[in-house]
Design a protein around this ligand. Structure first.
Ligand code: SAT
Ligand code: MN
Length: 591
């Protein structure tokens, strides 16, 4: 029996508030065309074909990498730029010392000038999207207006994009408004402005990653962290990984690491052969929205639908799942290619680069063949370890929260916070060596509380207080840990093997959560003794393990003094309960 075709309301008629805003933006930016994205396969095929025809995308070897393309960004536009990223709140103190600030009116005036007429001759794309499962009460929606088809292709993978999102927006009181133009890609005319009070973002002059895919860091962290504070939840720079123990206990861990410190690898970890019986599943690799649940536990959703992951270093030994996942339907940005047109990057360990990330014949004198911040954009559903619970509207319950940085010294392999509030201090005191994910000098250690330094949309002092408040509401709060996979020996070599073997550390945490795992007290928290970690099948000298689990009190007195000095920048807005924990640690180190 034939069915009549379903009559669909034209997109511009679905949500009047969106249509009015699009009309305003179009009159400011003067595009040649306006295209409302419905998110259909046909639309994506059409956009991709257009970019291939114009030479902005390069098809890779379609036999071995079906559906894979390469995009080369402008060489001056390869990472997030924090020095032109602003939080624009009415009161400067609300943005805090952790953010660059501009008054909203000044920022809008500056951006109006840049946006004025900037889309002449271009297409304005209207990109409705939903962050989180489309039927989840915890999800939040936005609309990005952009003049970059490459951004649309990325948003189609990274978010639930298109008609369903716009239908949801039509029934909600508000949505996040993100206006983006690549402008002239001029580094001197590049700004990423956030107006948390207006739920708005304005980004100009960059087509790359977190600067341009506004659903990601701009919405799901900077704006969402502000919304979360008002609504009683947390928007965090965390992966979410599921772990089922050999005894069949299912746990979920949320872990915060700065960009390019291995979140994606940890989220899709493959257990080492010598640790049989574990099953690891991925809920998210970059962002977690954490909500106190009716059962007194913390529940997490991943607001994203895809991964924008660092490519270099990916190989079958470091991350088999990612390696397999990016062999089809993947958008590569700034990798190199081989003579037979396959993508290539440092650490791939097979093949050789012929053309570098800038499209030049490869010459080692020009530096790495793939940009160190080259990326893959791929749907989460392609991940072999994708969790069947990643789409659960209520999220997954979190047993443990992990904070971690890239530290060549000081921080031991793992330690456990004394209690939730101490855990907030541990997160607030995080530090890490700078990576290529943001512009700046790689390797410098900087304080990066909760890995949110570039992403918290308000004053860190208020943020720490909010964390403590959320914890106080939980009858069953997660335990909090700090890890450091990146400790080095005197020769500069990594002491811990990392990757799959990190499961040994996670397994100890879960033993602790179950009230079983052994530990000893140290001034900074609880640490496993060597015998508390399962190191079966691991080729690690006992002295190395002891060094990984050592707390050098002299180093830590300096570290804690450093943390106190850093926190001092936040003055008397800091929560006293967190400072009391700092005093406790200082007291323990004095003895
Ligand atoms: O460029 S992004 O912000 O999307 C990636 C990252 O820095 O984590
Ligand atoms: Mn990130």
């Amino acid at each position: 029996m034939a069915t009549a075709p379903r009559m669909l309301t034209p997109l511009p008629q679905l949500a009047k508030a969106v249509a009015d805003w699009v009309a305003d933006v179009a009159s400011l930016t003067q595009p040649e065309r306006v295209h409302w994205c419905d998110g259909s396969d046909e639309e994506i095929r059409h956009l991709r074909a257009g970019l291939l025809a114009s030479g902005e995308l390069h098809a890779l070897d379609q036999k071995n990498f079906p559906g894979c393309d390469l995009y080369r960004s402008h060489p001056s536009d390869v990472a997030r730029v924090e020095k032109v990223t602003f939080i624009c709140t009415t009161k400067q103190a609300d943005a805090g010392p952790n953010n660059l600030w501009l008054a909203p009116a000044d920022a809008h005036a500056r951006m109006r000038e840049l946006f004025s007429g900037c889309m002449r001759g271009r297409t304005l794309y209207v990109v409705p999207y939903c962050m989180g499962p489309i039927d989840s009460p915890l999800a939040r929606c936005g609309v990005e207006i952009t003049d970059s088809a490459y951004v649309v292709l990325n948003m189609a993978i990274m978010t639930r994009m298109g008609r369903a999102a716009l239908e949801r927006i039509a029934g909600e009181p508000n949505f996040v408004r993100g206006l983006h133009s690549i402008g002239e890609l001029d580094p001197d005319r590049r700004f990423i402005m956030h107006y948390p009070e207006e739920l708005a973002i304005e980004s100009y002059g960059s087509g790359y990653g977190g600067n341009a895919l506004l659903g990601k860091k701009c919405h799901a962290l900077r704006i969402a962290s502000w919304q979360a504070r008002q609504e009683g939840w947390l928007a965090e720079h965390m992966l979410i990984v599921g772990l089922r123990s050999p005894a069949g206990e299912q746990h979920y861990i949320a872990a915060a690491f700065p960009s390019a410190c291995g979140k994606t690898n940890l989220a899709m970890l493959i257990p080492p052969a010598s640790l049989g019986g574990w099953k690891v599943t991925t809920v998210g690799d970059d962002i977690a929205w954490l909500h106190p649940g009716p059962d007194g536990r913390l529940w997490a959703i991943n607001p994203e639908a895809g991964y924008f992951g660092v490519v270099p270093g990916t190989n079958p030994a470091t991350n088999r799942n990612a390696y397999d996942m990016i062999r089809r339907d993947t958008l590569f940005t700034n990798v190199a290619v081989t003579t037979d047109n396959q993508p290539w990057w440092e650490g791939l360990e097979t093949g050789a680069p012929a053309i570098d990330w800038q499209g030049r014949p490869y010459d080692p004198k020009n530096g790495p063949a793939a940009h160190p911040n080259s990326r893959f954009t791929v749907a989460a559903t392609q991940n072999p370890s994708y969790s069947p619970h990643a789409e659960d509207p209520q999220g997954v319950p979190i047993s443990a929260i992990v904070f971690g940085g890239r530290r060549r010294s000081v921080a031991p392999l793992v330690y456990e916070a004394r209690n939730f509030t101490h855990g907030v201090l541990v997160g607030a005191g995080m530090a890490s060596e700078q990576t290529a994910a943001a512009e700046g000098k790689v390797g410098i250690v900087r304080r990066d509380p909760m890995a949110m330094k570039p992403f918290c949309g308000y004053n860190f002092a208020d943020y720490f207080a909010h964390w403590i408040d959320v914890g106080a509401k939980l009858a069953n709060p997660p335990r909090i840990y700090h890890v450091n996979w990146f400790r080095r020996d005197a020769d500069g070599k990594f002491m811990w093997p990392g990757f799959g073997d990190n499961l040994r550390v996670l397994a100890w945490m879960l033993e602790r959560c179950g009230g079983r795992g052994g530990a000893i007290e140290s001034p900074i928290g609880m640490l496993p003794r060597a015998r508390d970690l399962n190191v079966e099948g691991l080729d690690l000298a006992p002295a190395t393990l002891d060094a990984l689990l050592a707390v050098d009190e002299d180093e830590w007195r300096k570290e804690v003094a450093d943390i106190r000095a850093y926190l001092g920048e936040y003055g008397d807005r800091l929560p006293p309960r967190m400072l009391a924990e700092l005093e406790t640690t200082e007291g323990k180190l004095k003895r």
